[in-house]
Design a protein around this ligand. Structure first.
Ligand code: GLN
Length: 498
């Protein structure tokens, strides 16, 4: 098998046994990029090859793609938006600093929906990314460039961000593993904000083992991010919301690889009835039910549970997320970052005209739609009816999970209602696009960790993902269940030949 088809843990083993080198692995990834990037378009910007250095002595010299919304020192970082063209950050995001320290090789910024607004990577100013399993289909979004890079073996690892499903949904569409950690687990410092109370950075990998390894590198308290969790916060959260008699989970930052245990005997898993609704693709449903049977064979017990406020999740999310986005995007006005349009003939005042022309030219349609929606929800007279009410429903959704986790250790659902759809199929219908996150959004609203793991393929050879959700700060539960599942199945071993 080609080196770039391997997982990082397989590569690291080979390096340890002197059977390969980081240089050779890097070269195999570059060859793949030369061969297939024209068809996939996973990258927004590739780093200059002459500027990349490889340190064979560092512990993790693994080629990685990072989503185009994470600041990399002196590397153009644009959120795949015209408004940030030319913006070169003067610092590294905390995750980038940690990756560089570990020896990871940042090969480029991966394509994404503009400012992470979307579920298909079609709203990027660079044009769409294509799904490696079917080039006519979307890779999902908004981290579709990151998941497509890993699925097409154009990177061994990737990093994405997930505000309402943007790691898990494209991971499901591309047949890779995507984890949204607990809110606060990974620093957001240097992540260009979409919705600050929902955004989390997480790993995108070929298997669960790599996901745990990458989490060990990127997770941890960061004083530069005021919402980053200290170990005592974790203790507080667990005690407050969902501690039960059987729950003796350590609250310190764990070694996530210790959770890679091939054993689910006695675990109590919940199947929420609201997630197996009409409208879900029959093949997706069957694949997840089959996965549940496999876990039962290994001694896990399942019971039906209810998350009764699920039906309000999408509406609640689009009020809260657009409100926060409209506020976060106010900073892009032509003064400090990227694009600046100088009006030829000022109408009002030169500064106001400059703001307006810059924003009119720099933002795409979906970004403008979200800024308008969010500004409306936050405006006086509507704030109470929309934003405030959204926050109240968010609490109800969170309480559904608190209640469920008194009875079960984790919750299993499909990641998405369908497999990848065709490019262009949903671009003119924003509501149907918004509904593709129906199963992923609740985890962001309640802050809990959730992972998507490949669990099958459709008749059209498109990947299917299973989502597992756990209590706050219990990523270890996700790794344990996911690892056990991958010991008895091969879905994660399928590779695209490009
Ligand atoms: N697809 C969702 C949205 O459009 C989620 C995006 C995300 O998680 N960044 O908002």
């Amino acid at each position: 098998m080609k080196l770039n088809y391997l997982t990082a843990h397989e590569i690291l083993d080979l390096i340890k046994e002197n059977k390969t080198s980081a240089q050779k692995v890097y070269k195999s990834v570059l060859d793949q990029i030369d061969n297939s990037e024209k068809a996939i378009k996973a990258y927004a910007n590739l780093a200059e090859r002459s500027e990349i250095s490889i340190d064979e002595n560092k512990p993790f010299p693994i080629p990685i793609a990072v989503k185009d919304n994470m600041c990399v020192l002196d590397q153009e970082t644009t959120c795949s938006s015209n408004i940030l063209k030319g913006f070169k950050p003067s610092y590294d995001a905390t995750v980038i600093e940690k990756l560089k320290d570990s020896g990871a090789i940042i090969i480029g910024h991966a394509n994404m929906d503009e400012f992470a607004f979307g579920s298909s990577t079609e709203t990027s100013c660079y044009g769409p990314t294509h799904n490696p399993w079917d080039l006519d289909c979307v890779p999902g979004g908004s981290s579709g460039g990151s998941t497509a890079a890993v699925a097409s073996n154009q990177a061994i690892w990737a990093i994405g961000s997930d505000t309402g499903g943007s790691i898990r949904q494209p991971a499901a569409f591309c047949g890779v593993v995507g984890l949204k950690p607990t809110y606060g687990r990974v620093s957001r410092y240097g992540l260009i904000a979409f919705a600050s109370s929902l955004d989390q950075i997480g790993p995108i990998t070929k298997d669960v083992e790599d996901s745990a390894i990458l989490m060990n590198i990127i997770a941890g308290y960061d004083p530069k991010d005021s919402t980053s969790a200290k170990p005592e916060d974790a203790l507080f959260l667990n005690t407050l919301s969902c501690r039960d008699d059987n729950y003796s989970h350590s609250c310190d930052l764990p070694d996530f690889t210790k959770a890679l245990v091939n054993d689910v005997k006695g675990l109590r898993l919940g199947i929420p009835k609201e997630y197996f609704i009409d409208g879900i693709d029959a093949e997706v449903k069957q694949a997840v039910l089959d996965a549940i049977e496999r876990l039962k064979d290994r001694g896990a017990t399942f019971k039906e549970i209810s998350l009764p406020h699920t039906e309000y999740a999408v509406a609640t999310y689009y009020i809260i997320a657009t409100s926060e986005a409209s506020s976060n995007l106010a900073r892009f006005d032509g003064v400090q970052y990227g694009l600046r349009k100088i009006p030829e003939r000022p109408r009002k005042s030169s500064i106001v005209d400059m703001y307006e022309e810059t924003r009119a030219a720099g933002f795409g349609t979906e970004a403008k739609r979200r800024i308008m929606l969010g500004t409306y929800s936050l405006s006086s007279g509507y704030y109470d009816d929309y934003y405030l009410r959204g926050l109240k429903v968010r609490t109800l959704i969170k309480q559904d999970f608190d209640k469920a986790f008194k009875e079960v250790d984790a919750i299993v659902t499909p990641t998405t209602p369908t497999t990848a759809f065709k490019i262009g199929e949903k671009t003119s219908d924003p509501i149907s696009m918004y509904l593709s996150d129906i199963f992923t959004i609740s985890a962001n609203l309640s802050g809990i960790p959730a992972i998507s793991i490949p669990c099958g393929f459709s008749r059209n050879n498109l990947p299917i993902g299973m989502q597992i959700m756990a209590k706050p700060f219990d990523e270890e539960m996700l790794f344990r269940i996911g690892y056990t599942y991958q010991q008895i199945t091969d879905w994660h071993k399928k590779r695209v030949n490009l």
